[in-house]
Structure formats: structure tokens, C-alpha cells
Design a protein around this ligand. Structure first.
Ligand code: HBI
Length: 358
């Protein structure tokens, strides 16, 4: 077991931890804090005010939240609002960096990458989405060139959206399996989970469920109200399907009763934490063969992969759910996506950076 390290994790500036605005980053941070804490490391999390994160040591800073990167477009300029939480978090990090062996950035923003060379404590970057803008690609490319080995990603597919794909350490993801109860015999509903935002393609799941005449349960943060309104106009019953953004304990009580999770990403989903949450409950995953889910689903065993944007393909997969093995789903989660497996992967990545930085 390598020596205990003092690690400062800097969270996403788009929202307080626990609000759901940070999407998969919130779960990743919670899991890393718990998994690495259990392995004896000292974890501090730096996040916007109003954040909460289980029992990890957390430092919060006030300030204006960052506009989300995934709606800005490729040529979007770098935006830093006045009184920015992002700026405040990185000022804190600069002032306290000597107390840590490593700083780990989880923000998908330009500033942390630009500041890397100005820190004496090594800064690692866990990149949580695929390539979205030229400005971010440039900042990420700069780190790849100056500090090889400092970039991490969830999946190979996600890394390949960047020119510097080979500079990324692939770390996958995980969940706390103890929070998810296996369910051998589900009801007749399908599930869809995620931020309700255009890049998640919820309309295809609503259309496929309607054709298959299967009830659909929608869970997640209602991020884009205009988009949701267009869905409700097109699918009048959609509002009845929406169960809100639920904490994990309640979420899994709904999810585990479903026959399958349907994933309809329009973009390259970096990972798709919801896929392993489903597997942990024994719920097979029907997903477009795009991004992270394509590296998670074992076709014909723990789910089906469908040609991207092919709604009829979703309907065909829904008709073949009974060929899938719910026990195999739980077993895959235990083998590949436990907290300790994740912590061991990150610990090894951090050790390589820390030992080569001196
Ligand atoms: N946008 N500007 C910005 N910064 C982030 O850290 C960020 C984001 N959009 C979405 C997001 N993080 C997370 O929901 C995903 O990385 C999972």
C-alpha cells in the first residue's frame, strides 16, 4: 500500500456539490473521497458555497457560478464572470498548495489548465467530458505537452475526442455498491436517468417507450426548462413520467424495479455513471453505441448496444430484454466498478505523478 497522501480535490464551479448541477462529477468526487479515504489518504475537497459531500473535509468558497461548458459551442471564448467561484477556488489552492502532495482538478474550465505551470505542488486534471471547445482543447493540449501524465479521463472513447488522446490515463468510474440493492424480478417500466438537457436525447427514449408501449420513468436534474417544455408538448404524458432529481437511496429504489435503463446520448458521453448504477441493481442497459456506455455494456449479457440515434433499434432491444441476465449485471458492477477498484486506479495514477514530480 503506497504511503498516505494529502490530496486537494477542486470541484466543478457550475454548482454546489449536492445540487445535481455538477452531473457525474459529484458522484465521482464523493466516490473518490470515500474510496481514497478508506485507503488512508487525507482528502480535502474545495467547492462552491452551499456544497455538501458526505463526511469528507470540505472547504467552500463564495462567488459567481460558472456557465456550463456543454452549451457554449466550439468557438466559445473563455468566460470568467465577475466575483467568480472558479477564481476564488484557485486563489485558495495557490495560497494553500504547500499543505498538499497533489492538487486534483475536476473542473472542465480553462483557468485550472492554464494555471498548472504556475503551481509548485503538482496539479493533475481529471477531464470529465469529451472535446467541446477550441479554447479548452488548447488548454488541455498545453498541459499534455508540458506535463505528460497529468491528464485523466473516464474512457478511451472520451480521450479520443481530443488530439492529445494518448496523453490521457484511462480511469473509468465507480459507485458505492453498498447503496444499490439487486432486484431479480422487476416491474414493467423502463428507466431514463440524467440531466434533462438536449445532448442527452431524452426524446428518443420517450418515442421508443411509446412505440414499445412500456411505461418510462424519468429521473434527473431538470437542467433545461425550454427543452423539457418541447418534450412535454410532443409527449403529453412526459410530465407524469418525471420523478425528479432523487438522492441515491430513493433513486435506486425506483431504478432497481425497472426492466432496463435506456441511454440515448446525442454527444460522446464521457462515461455514463447511470449505466453502472443500473448494473449494480441488476438492471440491464440499452444504450446507443456512442461514448462511455459502449465501453460498459456487454451486448447480449448485461445490455444491448444500438446504432446511434436509431429509435427503432431501441424498440427492437426493448423487445429482447428478457434475453439478458440480471445477475450478470450485478456481477459486472462488482468486478469492475467498486469504490476500491476506482481508488486503486487513481492511487496508482497519483503516485506516478507525485514520484516523478520531485
Ligand atoms: N461546465 N464550465 C463548466 N465546468 C465544469 O466543470 C462542468 C461544466 N459542465 C458540466 C460539468 N462540468 C459536469 O456536469 C460534467 O463534467 C459531468
Amino acid at each position: 500500500m503506497p504511503m498516505p497522501r494529502r490530496l486537494l480535490f477542486i470541484s466543478t464551479p457550475v454548482g454546489p456539490l449536492g445540487s445535481g448541477l455538477g452531473g457525474g462529477v459529484e458522484l465521482t468526487l464523493l466516490n473518490l473521497a470515500q474510496g481514497l479515504g478508506d485507503r488512508g489518504h487525507q482528502i480535502t475537497v474545495l467547492a462552491p458555497e452551499g456544497s455538501s459531500l458526505g463526511d469528507a473535509a470540505i472547504v467552500t468558497v463564495p462567488g459567481q457560478l460558472q456557465p456550463t461548458a456543454h452549451t457554449q459551442g466550439r468557438s466559445a471564448p473563455v468566460i470568467i464572470p465577475a466575483d467568480s467561484a472558479l477564481g476564488a477556488m484557485w486563489r485558495y489552492a495557490q495560497q494553500h498548495q504547500k499543505q498538499y502532495d497533489l492538487i486534483v482538478n475536476l473542473a472542465y474550465d480553462w483557468l485550472p489548465f492554464y494555471l498548472t505551470e504556475f503551481f509548485s505542488t503538482p496539479v493533475a486534471h481529471f477531464v470529465t467530458m469529451g472535446s467541446l471547445s477550441d479554447a479548452m482543447d488548447e488548454a488541455i493540449g498545453q498541459v499534455a505537452q508540458q506535463f505528460p501524465g497529468r491528464l485523466g479521463a473516464y474512457t478511451r472513447t472520451q480521450a479520443e475526442t481530443f488530439e492529445v488522446a494518448n496523453a490521457f490515463e484511462i480511469l473509468s468510474s465507480a459507485i458505492d455498491l453498498e447503496l444499490y440493492d439487486f432486484c431479480p424480478s422487476p416491474g414493467d417500466a423502463l428507466a431514463w436517468m440524467g440531466r434533462i438537457s438536449p445532448e442527452k436525447g431524452l426524446e428518443d427514449a420517450l418515442e421508443a417507450a411509446a412505440i414499445a408501449q412500456a411505461p418510462l420513468k424519468i429521473l434527473g436534474n431538470l437542467e433545461d426548462a425550454n427543452y423539457w417544455q418541447t418534450l412535454c408538448d410532443r409527449f403529453p404524458h412526459a410530465a407524469n413520467c418525471y420523478l425528479g432529481f432523487l438522492p441515491t437511496a430513493e433513486l435506486q429504489r425506483v431504478l432497481r424495479q425497472c426492466r432496463a435503463l435506456v441511454m440515448t446520448p446525442r454527444w460522446v458521453e464521457a462515461f455514463g455513471n447511470v449505466a453502472i448504477e443500473a448494473l449494480a441493481c441488476g438492471v440491464p442497459v440499452i444504450a446507443y453505441a456512442r461514448g462511455g456506455p459502449a465501453e460498459i455494456v456487454q451486448p447480449g449479457k448485461t445490455g444491448w448496444l444500438v446504432p446511434p440515434d436509431d429509435v427503432q433499434g431501441l424498440v427492437d432491444a426493448i423487445a429482447n430484454i428478457d434475453q439478458l441476465d440480471r445477475h450478470a449485471c450485478r456481477q459486472q458492477a462488482e468486478a469492475e466498478y467498486s469504490l476500491d477498484a476506482l481508488a486503486a486506479r487513481f492511487e496508482q495514477w497519483f503516485e506516478t505523478i507525485i514520484t516523478s514530480a520531485h
